[in-house]
Write a protein that binds this ligand. Structure first.
Ligand code: ADP
Ligand code: MG
Length: 472
C-alpha cells in the first residue's frame, strides 16, 4: 500500500475537524510507518507529539482510517525521530498541501480525461494513479533515475534540468515520469504539471497549426511549472514539431521550470533529432534504467502482489522472477495471470502450469527451475548441462566440451562435469563420453571442483548461479 497517500487521505478527513493551527502543529512531520495485522502504526517525531496525538486524536484517526480501509481495526503510535528533520520522504508538507487552493477547480472535460484547471487556466492531464513513487521499486537497475526523480520532484527546476530518463521497453520510464508529477502535486497542489507524450504533442501541434492556433498551443505549455514529456524518440524526423518543442523548452528552462523527458535511447543516439534539441537534452542529467536482475525482479513481484492485495506462494514468485527477465511489463502479465488463476479457480497455479503459460508468453524453449525429479526437469543429460553452463558463462558450447586448455573453457568444462555428476547423478562413463574424454579425467575434474568450492568464492557463486537456474 502507498502509505503516504493513505495518510494524506486520512489527514484530509481530519483537517476540517481540527483548528488549522492545531492541525499544522501536531500533524506536521507525521507519517504512517506501517500497517501490520489490521493495526495502523502512525509515526511522530517526538515523544511529546506521540502522547499528545494519541490522547487527543487517536479516535478521530482510527475512524478516518476505517472509513478509508475497513480492514484497519486499531491505531498505534510510535516515535521515529527521523520524521522530524523536515525532509523525510514519508512525511507530507502540510503547509503546502493544505494551503487554500485559491482558485483551483476540478472539472470533467466532456467526459474525457479529468483535468485540473489552475489559476492560470492551464491543464494538467490526469496522471496514471498507479504510477506513484511509493509504488516504484528501486533497485540497482534504476538507482540513479530513481534518486534523480526524487530530487526533481522535491525541488522542480532547481536540480537536474532537464532530467532525461532512458531505457528499453517496459522498464518503468513512464511510471517514474508520472511519479514525478504525482509527487510534485502532492507537495504543492498549486503547481501546474503537464504530462504529454511525443505522439499527443505532435498531434496537438499539427491540429493547432492547421487551425492557425499555434500561439495558443505554445501558451498552454509555456505556463506550466513542470513539463513531463514521454517517449521523446517519437519526435524523430518531425522537424517542425521538434522546433516547437525546442522553443517551448528554452522558455521553460530559462524561466526555471522543470522539464523531464523519457526516451528509449540515450540522447546521443537520437540521430534524427535536430542537433540543437539533442544538445539541450544533455544539459541536465541523463539517467539510464537497465533491465532488472533476479533480485530486483523478485522485489518488484512482491511489491505488486501486495499492491493487488493478493497472496501468492513465494515459490511461484521466485519461479516467475527466474523465468521472466525481459521487462517489468512481462513480469506483471505473469503475475496477473497467476492472480487471476488463483481468484477464479480458488487455487494457486502449480509451477508446472505456470511454466506452460510462461512458455507461451515468453516463447522460451526452456523454462528454468522446474521441480526436481519431475519428468520434465529442464536439464537431465550431460549434454544439456554443458549447454546450460556454456550459456551461464556466455561461451560457445563447442569450446566448453572441446579440448582447449584456455582457463575460461577449462573451468566451465570442469564445472559442467561436476554438476552432471553431482546434480544429475550421471555415471562417469556417460559424462566422459559427452566430453570425448576418459573417465579418469572426469573424476579428476569433479574432485578438483569439489576441493576448490571449499575456498574459491567466485567459483561458489558460479556454481550456485547455475544451480539456481535449475531451481535448486
Ligand atoms: P516504459 O515506459 O519504460 O515502457 P512503464 O513505465 O510503462 O515502462 O512500465 C511498465 C510496467 O512495469 C508498469 O506497469 C510499471 O508500473 C511497471 N514497473 C516498471 N518498473 C517498475 C519498478 N521499478 N517498480 C514497480 N513497477 C515497475
Ligand atoms: Mg512508456
Amino acid at each position: 500500500m502507498d502509505y503516504k497517500n493513505f495518510w494524506l487521505s486520512i489527514l484530509r478527513r481530519l483537517e476540517p475537524t481540527i483548528s488549522k493551527s492545531q492541525f499544522l502543529t501536531w500533524f506536521q512531520n507525521t507519517a504512517v510507518l506501517s500497517i501490520e495485522n489490521e493495526i495502523l502504526i502512525v509515526g511522530t517525531p517526538t515523544n511529546f507529539a506521540r502522547d499528545w496525538i494519541s490522547q487527543k486524536y487517536a479516535i478521530k484517526i482510527l475512524q478516518a482510517a476505517e472509513e478509508e480501509n475497513s480492514q484497519i481495526k486499531e491505531v498505534e503510535f510510535d516515535v521515529d525521530a527521523a520524521l522530524g528533520d523536515g525532509i523525510d520522504p514519508r512525511t507530507i508538507e502540510l503547509k503546502k498541501v493544505f494551503a487554500k487552493p485559491a482558485d483551483k477547480k476540478v472539472y470533467k472535460a466532456r467526459g474525457r480525461e479529468e483535468v485540473v484547471l489552475t489559476r492560470s487556466g492551464i491543464l494538467s492531464a490526469k496522471l496514471n494513479p498507479r504510477f506513484t513513487l511509493a509504488n516504484f521499486v528501486p533497485g540497482d537497475e534504476n538507482r540513479l533515475a530513481h534518486a534523480a526523480a526524487l530530487s526533481v520532484s522535491r525541488a522542480p527546476g532547481m536540480t537536474y534540468n532537464p532530467l532525461v530518463i532512458y531505457g528499453g521497453v517496459g522498464l518503468g520510464k513512464t511510471h517514474l515520469l508520472s511519479a514525478i508529477g504525482h509527487e510534485v502535486l502532492t507537495n504543492d497542489p498549486n503547481k501546474v504539471v503537464a504530462f504529454t507524450t511525443a505522439e499527443i504533442f505532435t498531434r496537438e501541434f499539427v491540429a493547432a497549426s492547421k487551425k492557425f492556433q499555434a500561439d495558443e498551443f505554445k501558451k498552454k505549455y509555456r505556463d506550466v511549472d513542470v513539463l513531463l514529456f514521454d517517449d521523446v524518440q517519437f519526435l524523430e524526423n518531425r522537424d517542425k514539431t521538434q522546433t516547437e518543442l525546442f522553443n517551448i523548452f528554452n522558455e521553460l528552462h530559462s524561466a526555471g521550470k522543470q522539464v523531464v523527458f523519457t526516451s528509449d535511447r540515450p540522447p546521443s543516439e537520437l540521430s534524427a533529432i535536430v542537433d540543437r534539441l539533442r544538445s539541450r537534452l544533455t544539459w541536465g542529467l541523463v539517467a539510464e534504467i537497465e533491465q532488472p536482475n533476479f533480485h530486483s525482479r523478485l522485489a518488484i513481484l512482491k511489491s505488486k502482489t501486495q499492491e493487488r492485495r493478493a497472496i501468492l506462494d513465494p515459490e511461484l514468485l521466485e519461479f516467475i522472477a527466474m523465468n521472466v527477465s525481459d521487462s517489468v511489463r512481462s513480469l506483471e502479465s505473469a503475475l496477473a495471470w497467476s492472480i487471476a488463476q488463483t481468484d477464479l479457480l480458488k487455487t494457486q497455479p502449480t509451477v508446472r502450469e505456470l511454466a506452460r503459460m510462461l512458455g507461451k508468453i515468453n516463447k522460451k524453449d526452456r523454462v528454468l527451475g522446474l521441480p526436481e525429479n519431475s519428468p520434465e526437469i529442464p536439464v537431465s543429460t550431460p549434454a544439456e548441462m554443458i549447454e546450460l553452463v556454456a550459456k551461464h558463462f556466455n561461451l560457445p558450447t563447442e569450446k566448453v566440451c572441446g579440448t582447449s586448455r584456455k582457463k575460461e573453457f577449462l573451468t566451465a568444462r570442469q564445472i559442467a562435469m561436476y554438476l552432471a555428476r553431482e546434480i544429475l547423478g550421471c555415471g562417469l562413463a556417460e559424462i566422459a563420453q559427452n566430453f570425448g574424454r576418459d573417465h579418469s579425467t572426469v573424476l579428476h575434474s569433479v574432485r578438483k571442483i569439489s576441493r576448490e568450492l571449499q575456498k574459491n568464492e567466485a567459483l561458489v557463486r558460479h556454481v550456485n548461479a547455475v544451480k539456481k537456474e535449475l531451481g535448486l
